[in-house]
Design a protein around this ligand. Sequence first.
Ligand SMILES: *Cc1c(COP(=O)(O)O)cnc(C)c1O
Length: 363
Amino acid sequence: MASPQGRSLTPQGGRPMVNFASNDYLGLATHPTLKCAASDAADRWGTGSGASRLVCGTLLPHVTLESRLAEFKQAEAALTFSSGYACAVGTLGALAGKDDILILDKLCHASLVDGARLCGATLRVFPHNHLDKLESHLKWAQSKIQANGRIIVAVESIYSMDGDTAPLEAIVTLKEQYKALLLVDEAHSIGICGPGGRGLAAALGVASSIDFQMGTLSKALGGSGGYLCASRKWIDLLINRARSFIYSTAPSPISAAVATAAIDLVDSEEGDTLRSQLQSNITRLRALTGNSELTGPSAIVPLIVGESDAALSLSDALAKRGILAPAIRYPTVPKGSARIRFTTTTAHTDEDFVLLQDALTCR
Ligand SMILES: *Cc1c(COP(=O)(O)O)cnc(C)c1O
C-alpha cells in the first residue's frame, strides 16, 4: 500500500479503495497523539533497543509500558514481546512441555497452534466453543496428568476469523473445577470493549480468574507488539524461559512508548467515544452483510461464501467497485468455509456503507 493505514488505502500504482479489512479498529494507527508519542520517543530514545531484554536492551519505555499494562489489566505483572505471535509461541513454550497437556479450541489462532505444537506437550483440540467436549478433554487430562504436570486450556475471547465470542464464564468454571490453567487471547477485544477498553474478560467480570491474559498491541492499540498479563510468579518464569522473549532484540523504544500512549488513550473518555462510534458501525456492517443475528462487541463480520474460488471472485468484484476486502481461505479457515472477512473501524462513513451495500446487492 502506498498510503497509511486508514479509512481508505491506495495500492501502489492504483486507485484508493475503501478499507474493510483492517484491524485498526479505533483508527489509532495514525492518531495524532500516538504519532506525537512516537516522535517524542524517537527524539529521546532513538530508534533501536540494541540488544535483547536480558542483556542491556530493557530501556525505561519498556518498563513503563509493562507497569501501565499491568495496572490497566488489573494484573500483578505484564511482559511484552515483539509481536503477539512471539508472545503466544514463547508463552506456551515456557509453560508447557512433554509432561503437560494443552487443550485448545479448534479455531484458535495460528500463533497458539504453533506454540502448542512446538512446546512438545500432549495436545487436545475441542470443536469451537463446545463446552461438553472441553469438559471431556479436561476429565481425560485429569486422569492422565502426573503430579507435577500442568493442564492448560487456551481460547480466544473474540475469534479472529468468525467474530464470535467464547463463553468465558463457563470456561472459567470448568478450568476451576478441573484445576487447569487458562490462557485467553484478547487480540481482537482489547481496546474495543470492556470498562476502559480492557477487553471481553473484564466486560464479563472474569478477568481475575484467568491465569494468562494475552493480547496484541498491534490491532485496536494501533502499534506493534504482544503482551501477557499474569501473576508476578508466572511473569518471572516467562522472563527466564520464554525463548522468543530471551533470544530476540527488545522491541523498539518507539513502539513501547506508542503502546503506553495507546493504553492511556483507550482508557480515557476519548476511548469511550471511539468505542461507541465503533459499535454503531458494527451494527451497520452486520445489518448489510446479513449478519444481524451476530451479538457481542466484535468488529469482525464474516460473509461465508464456501469455495475458495467463489470467495476470490467476490473479493475481485468488490475491488472493482473500490472496496478492499480480501478473501480468507484454507488453511486460515476450514475447507469449504472460504469467506470475505469484513471489519469495520471508527473511520467508516455513511458513504462507505452505502458503497458496500450497493456492491453486495448487485453481485
Ligand atoms: C493477530 C493475532 C495474533 C498475533 O498478533 P501479532 O501482534 O499480529 O503478531 C495472535 N492471536 C490472535 C487471535 C490474533 O488475531
